[in-house]
Design a protein around this ligand. Structure first.
Ligand code: ATP
Ligand code: MG
Length: 240
């Protein structure tokens, strides 16, 4: 069998906020169509890792390759244009724009039967279909997360990146968002990178996991099956 190609490869990056050396030598990769998570406690550098690869806080050294291109020094808009959709933990719904306007701003043509457009988003997210003319900023937390994910999908990305999609949501809503991520972001030709402190959600959506210990360092990597069979691995790395 042909070896799956790496859609993302991060090689030994170091990222700083001013003098603060937050990511100290991080390496990881994701194969095309893989669903991968980064698990780690508060403040270990998960969001900074995503900001590094999105060009928002570029690394000072090391290399990032996305779909065969060295994107290490690319500005954020160019990385987005390459087909990378980033859903930050704060969701960044544009206030003053309706649900529909939020979606339309992000829409980009896809190819094939699997591609996303406004009709498909409304068919799969009835909550949004009921609120097309409502200001996006007035939605509940769960609805905003669905809009943020819908907005990522409608850009028909190669790689979708979610930062703590379960953050601040009630358990039932987390289940709903988990189903959405599972059904639409995984196994439909898209590649998923999800960052979570909620390892239960991460185990449901991703098949391989990087355990981040501190300062962006990867303490281990494991498949979902390995983590399910040996929960101690999670406790060792994520216990407070
Ligand atoms: N803008 C900033 N300026 C300076 N330091 C920052 C900034 N943002 C984050 N940090 C620090 O960098 C480190 C990594 O933060 P980061 O947000 O990447 O962690 P995280 O794993 O996403 O944490 P959380 O679980 O809280 O989301 C932390 O020590 C944090 O305090
Ligand atoms: Mg974070």
């Amino acid at each position: 069998m042909e070896k799956a190609h790496k859609i993302l490869e991060i090689e030994d990056i170091h990222t700083y906020y001013g003098e603060s050396h937050v990511i100290q030598g991080l390496s990881l990769f994701i194969h095309a169509q893989e669903a991968v998570s980064i698990l780690g406690r508060n403040g270990v550098g998960k969001t900074t890792t995503l900001r590094s690869l999105m060009g928002l806080t570029p690394p000072r050294s090391g290399a990032i390759t996305i779909d065969g291109q060295n994107t290490t020094r690319w500005p954020a808009h160019r990385i987005a244009k390459l087909g990378v959709a980033y859903v930050p933990a704060e969701r960044h719904i544009f206030p003053g724009l309706t649900v529909e306007e939020n979606l339309k701003m992000a829409a980009r043509p896809g190819n094939g039967d699997n591609s996303w457009n406004l009709e498909r988003v409304y068919a799969q997210f009835p909550v949004l279909a009921d609120r097309t003319k409502q200001d996006g900023a007035t939605l509940s937390g769960g609805e905003q997360q669905m809009l943020a994910i819908g907005r990522a999908l409608i850009s028909n990305p190669k790689l979708i990146i979610l930062d703590e999609p379960s953050q601040g949501l009630a358990p039932l809503i987390v289940d709903h968002v988990t189903d959405i991520v599972k059904n639409f972001c995984v196994g439909s030709g898209m590649t998923l990178l999800v960052v979570e402190q909620n390892y239960r959600m991460a185990l449901k959506v991703a098949s391989r996991h990087y355990l981040m210990s501190t300062k962006g360092q990867i303490a281990g990597t494991a498949t979902t099956q390995e983590l399910v069979e040996n929960q101690q691995i999670i406790l060792d790395h994520l216990a407070v």
